[in-house]
Design a protein around this ligand. Structure first.
Ligand code: ZN
Length: 221
């Protein structure tokens, strides 16, 4: 679905993300991340509702085959619905995961097969494909993650507790967006262990002359 520029272009990275969500343009892990954020944040939910209304008006006004992308968008949304029988009660009862996330991860928050990566830091890689990596992080209360930068963008949704970094403080339901240039060291809140869902899209790092040509194309993107 092609949008004309909205009346006021998104100022915050979060708004850009919400607009991409409304247009159905996000890869599955980020779609789940934003859907979970909307589940936990009424303000963003209302904002996306407005974007979707605008998008619908635009579709109605616009040209050929608007229904194709609309159908695809709906199909994408449908695939996020829990389909396995018998788990409805348990799904909605999870204290950490939203229903969309529970479905995406495939187990309850109590059954995540964590792997220790640092003292006080555990992770679980949910998926890693097409350059998009989706992970859960568990950070012990008060623990600092060492300073680092990212290849590409890192979008983090807090599911339990909270953390702070150079860009601000984030609690359950809030999204932090760290871009390539941001050197940050998130610190989990003192009073509670922190669980986050993070999605990174790393650009391909290629070497050699032919690779450099493609790298050049990629970096213009
Ligand atoms: Zn980071």
């Amino acid at each position: 679905m092609k949008h004309h520029a909205p009346p006021s272009s998104p100022a915050r990275p979060l708004d850009a993300l919400l607009a991409q969500y409304a247009s159905g343009a996000l890869p599955p892990p980020l779609h789940v991340l934003v859907a979970s954020h909307l589940d936990l944040n009424k303000e963003s939910e209302a904002f996306v509702g407005q974007l979707e209304t605008l998008g619908g008006l635009e579709l109605a006004r616009q040209a050929p085959r608007p229904l194709a992308s609309r159908d695809r968008m709906l199909a994408d949304i449908m695939t996020l619905d829990p389909v396995e029988p018998g788990g409805e009660g348990a799904r909605s009862a999870d204290p950490v995961f939203t229903p969309a996330l529970l479905d995406y991860v495939g187990c309850s928050s109590a059954d995540v097969p964590w792997r220790a990566v640092l003292p006080g830091v555990k992770e679980y890689v949910i998926s890693d494909r097409n350059g998009v990596e989706a992970k859960l992080f568990w950070i012990k209360a008060g623990r600092k993650i060492p300073s680092h930068t990212h290849q590409g963008q890192e979008v983090t949704l807090v599911l339990k507790g909270g953390f702070a970094d150079i860009s601000g403080r984030y609690r359950r339901g809030e999204i932090a967006v760290a871009d390539e240039d941001m050197d940050h060291k998130p610190v989990a809140d003192m009073n509670e262990d922190c669980i986050c869902f993070a999605v990174t899209d790393a650009p391909l790092k290629l070497t050699g002359p032919v690779a450099r040509f493609f790298q050049g194309l990629l970096s213009k993107h």
